[in-house]
Ligand binder design. Structure first.
Ligand code: SF4
Length: 340
């Protein structure tokens, strides 16, 4: 692979304020003194300019089932070549990828690639899409946008797995560049975001609405942590917001927590809590609700909301049966909000 890139490409979405620079990529809006980095740890102020230190630097490359993102309604059954870097703009106490999300550039082994290289990785792995995942892609904006353009030029689709903590201007730039997003809504309370994640809920909800409005295919993931974000009121309000502010055909994935990183005091999510979340979401009118990362009957399968027939059956991350015709129910023709 060629070797130009990180540390010499100038960042976008920043301004100079006195002797500091203000980064406007995510809602932290870090005001960064000379020689320092923002909260994400990968954007550095040098002599009045901001530089993305991870441009072209990849910590992980892997061909994944698209269902692993999770995306159940986007190119179902396909492979997505997946790239991650290091750093994050949130600091979730339960982060499952903390080895890379908390790593500084240069502290873990990284491969340097050029934007166009993602096309060859996709071709050689038989992937239909390129995914930005594993760590937060927002803080990798300059590279992911350049590489997404290259992927599109080669006829590939692009995927973003994100915490949604992004300002509106850079998010709007992803319209037409990113085809699908899985967005984490980590709770439906500001107190959780402040206490557990070092962020805020309102910008995440706004980002979901903007991305949906831009025509990006979105699916949401809500990780249920006992005692932290699992009250019936909170789960009910979340599902009502999806129905009212997005659409009832936006797929929602409820997933189970297991103790990790700094949040080891909370227990695993009981199956009964997941089922309750599923039922509340159905009562709120959501068409496509899934329980992830634990087997709970057929609650990871897709059923046509009009005729009730099983449209996609899954085992883990793999599609075992699909009864689709051009993305609609093969039996009754209902639109299932599935991109094929
Ligand atoms: S992207 Fe990083 S430097 Fe920019 S505002 Fe967010 S945390 Fe701060």
């Amino acid at each position: 692979m060629s070797t130009s890139g990180s540390g010499s490409i100038e960042a976008r979405f920043y301004s100079v304020e006195g002797g500091k620079v203000r980064c406007d990529l995510c809602p932290h809006s870090c005001l960064i003194p000379e020689g320092k980095r923002g909260i994400c740890g990968v954007r550095e102020h040098r002599k009045g300019k901001l530089y993305p230190l991870t441009y072209g630097l990849v910590s992980s490359i892997h061909p994944d089932p698209i269902e692993k993102k999770p995306l159940f309604h986007f190119l179902p059954g396909s492979t997505s070549i997946s790239f991650g870097s290091v750093g994050c703009n949130l600091s979730c106490k339960h982060c499952q990828n903390y080895e890379i999300s908390t790593a500084a550039p240069g502290r873990v082994g990284m491969t340097r690639i050029e934007p166009g290289d993602v096309v060859e990785y996709a071709r050689s792995s038989g992937s239909k899409s390129v995914s930005w995942t594993y760590n937060e892609p927002i803080i990798w904006h300059e590279f992911t946008t350049a590489a997404s353009k290259a992927a599109h030029d080669a006829g590939l689709k692009t995927v973003y797995v994100t915490n949604g903590f992004i300002q509106e201007a850079p998010l709007r730039e992803l319209g037409g560049l990113i085809d699908a997003m899985n967005i984490d809504v980590k709770a439906f309370r500001e107190t959780f975001y402040k206490r557990v994640c070092g962020g805020r809920l309102a910008p995440v909800l706004k980002a979901c609405e903007v991305a949906h409005g831009l025509g990006i295919h979105i699916e949401l993931t809500y990780l249920i942590i006992p005692g932290h974000n699992d009250s019936e009121d909170e789960l009910r309000e979340f599902s009502k917001w999806v129905s009212d502010s997005l659409s009832k055909d936006v797929p929602v994935h409820f997933s189970a927590f297991h103790p990790d990183y700094k949040l080891t005091s909370a227990p695993r999510t009981p199956t009964g809590t997941l089922i309750k979340a599923y039922e509340l979401a159905k009562v709120a009118g959501l068409d496509f609700v899934y329980l992830g990362n634990v087997p709970v009957g057929d609650k990871d399968d897709t059923f046509c909301p009009r005729c009730g027939s099983p449209v996609i059956r899954r085992e883990g991350f793999f599609v075992t049966h699909a009864d689709l015709k051009d993305g609609v129910c093969a039996k009754c023709g209902a639109d299932l909000n599935i991109v094929v």
